[in-house]
Design a protein around this ligand. Structure first.
Ligand code: NAD
Length: 358
C-alpha cells in the first residue's frame, strides 16, 4: 500500500526529530512492504522567513491532499516579538482548524524503564499508569469572541467560552469509543459548579454515557482533577475535557511521566486524516546540537500508523522497538534521571530504534 504524509518540520529541533521519524517509518515500510511517500511543506517561523506567513496556503492545500500530516514543532525567540496573528504558533490553530481536527489524543504513559524519571514518589508510580487525554481542539475559549473594551476599572480584555451540544457530543463519542478499546473507563472533566458551558458539557456527557453502558463513567471538577493526577494517576484511563482544561491537564500529565521528550499526540477529525506531533515545543535551547530526544515524534508516527492508516501491527512494532531500546539503558540527556550511563544524541537514539526494528 502507498501512504502519503505531509511533513511539517517547522522550527528549532523540528527538522531533526522529523528526520528521525522518517527514518523509522522507512524501516517499517521496508520490513512490512509499505510505501510511505513524504512531501515537506513550510510552517511556523520557517514559513514566515520564506513567505511572510506562518501558514501559507500551499501548506494547507498540501496537507489536505495527503493521507496524514506529521508535524515537528514551531516557534522560537526569533519570532517572539511578532504580533499575535503573525506568530509561528498561530499556524497550529490554523492548520488544525483547516483540517477539521477537533479531537486531540494525548497519551501520558509511564514507561517502566523510566519510573525513576517521574517527579512523583516511588509508591505513587510503582504500579505505572497509562492515561489517554481526549481534548476538544477547535472550540471553547481559544476560539471564542475576544477583544478589548472599557470596563468598570477602565480598559479590559476579554475572551469568551462557548460550546454547542454538537461539539460536546462529537468529542464525547470519540472518548467513549477509545475507552472501549482500552480499560473502559471515562472521566469527564469540567467546572460545572461555576461555568454555564461546563453545565451543558456535563448534561450532554451524561446523556451520551447512557449509550455506552459497558463504559464506566464519572465527572470530576477540574481543580480536583489537577490534584488527583499527582495523588493517584493510575485511577485514570480516558479523560475527556474542553480545549483549555485539556491543554493544562495534559501538560501536567506529561510532566509526571518524567520527560516531555517522550510524549506523542494525535489530532483527528471525522475522516481518517490526522495530524501527529510530539507534545513538546521547538526546544530552541538545544536545536541543531543533536541533543533532542526523537522518541515523542517517533511514537507520534506510530500513532499515525494506528489511527490514520489502520496499521496496528506496524505501530506496535515501533512501540516495542522504543521499549526495547529504553530497557537496554539507552538514554538521551532529558531522560537520564539518576542513571549513570552517558547520554546519546538524537541520531544515535534513532539508529538504535531503527536497528531494534530489524
Ligand atoms: P519546549 O517544549 O520547546 O522546551 C521546554 C524544555 O524541554 C526545554 O528545556 C527543551 O530543551 C526541553 N525539550 C523539549 N523537547 C525536548 C526533546 N524532544 N528532547 C529533549 N529536550 C526537550 O517549550 P518552550 O521552551 O516553552 O517553548 C519553545 C518554543 O516552542 C516557543 O516558541 C513555544 O511557543 C514553542 N512551542 C511550540 C509547540 C508546538 O509546536 N506544538 C508547543 C509548545 C511550545
Amino acid at each position: 500500500m502507498e501512504y502519503r504524509t505531509a511533513l511539517l518540520k517547522g522550527d528549532g529541533i523540528g527538522p531533526e526529530i522529523i528526520d528521525s521519524a522518517v527514518a523509522v517509518l522507512e524501516k517499517v515500510g521496508e520490513k512490512f512492504g509499505h510505501r510511505f511517500i513524504f512531501t515537506p511543506y513550510l510552517i511556523g517561523g520557517a514559513a514566515i522567513d520564506e513567505t511572510g506567513e506562518p501558514l501559507p496556503e500551499e501548506t494547507v492545500k498540501g496537507c489536505l491532499a495527503c493521507d496524514s500530516v506529521l508535524l515537528g514543532a514551531v516557534g522560537g525567540p526569533k519570532w517572539d516579538d511578532l504580533p499575535g496573528n503573525k506568530r509561528p504558533e498561530k499556524a497550529l490553530l490554523g492548520i488544525r482548524y483547516a483540517l477539521g481536527l477537533y479531537t486531540n489524543l494525548r497519551p501520558a504513559k509511564l514507561f517502566p524503564a523510566l519510573k525513576g524519571a517521574s517527579p512523583l514518589r516511588e509508591d505513587i508510580v510503582s504500579a505505572g499508569f497509562d492515561i489517554m487525554i481526549v481534548r476538544e481542539l477547535t472550540g471553547g475559549i481559544y476560539f471564542g469572541e475576544r477583544g478589548y473594551r472599557q470596563g468598570k476599572f477602565g480598559e479590559e480584555a476579554y475572551d469568551t467560552e462557548a460550546y454547542s451540544v454538537t461539539e460536546i457530543e462529537r468529542i464525547g463519542k470519540a472518548a467513549f469509543e477509545i475507552a472501549r478499546k482500552r480499560s473502559k473507563r471515562v472521566t469527564s472533566i469540567d467546572k460545572a459548579n461555576v461555568l454555564e458551558t461546563s453545565r451543558l458539557w456535563r448534561k450532554t456527557m451524561h446523556r451520551l454515557s447512557e449509550q455506552y453502558p459497558d463504559v464506566e463513567y464519572r465527572d470530576l471538577l477540574v481543580d480536583n482533577a489537577a490534584m488527583q493526577l499527582v495523588r493517584d494517576p493510575k485511577q485514570f484511563d480516558v479523560i475527556v475535557t474542553s480545549n483549555m482544561f485539556g491543554d493544562i491537564l495534559s501538560d501536567e500529565a506529561s510532566q509526571i511521566t518524567g520527560s516531555i521528550g517522550m510524549l506523542a499526540s494525535a489530532s483527528l477529525g471525522d475522516g481518517t486524516r490526522g495530524m501527529y506531533e510530539p507534545i513538546h515545543g521547538s526546544a530552541p535551547d538545544i536545536a541543531g546540537q543533536d541533543k533532542a530526544n526523537p522518541i515523542a515524534t517517533i511514537l507520534s508516527a506510530a500513532m499515525m500508523l494506528r489511527y490514520s492508516f489502520g496499521l496496528s501491527a506496524e505501530a506496535a512494532a515501533i512501540e516495542n522497538a522504543v521499549d526495547h531500546v529504553l530497557s537496554t539503558g539507552s538514554r538521551t540527556a532529558d531522560i537520564l534521571g539518576s542513571s549513570a550511563v552517558s547520554p546519546i544524541g538524537c541520531r544515535e537514539m534513532t539508529a538504535r530504534i531503527v536497528a531494534a526494528l530489524e
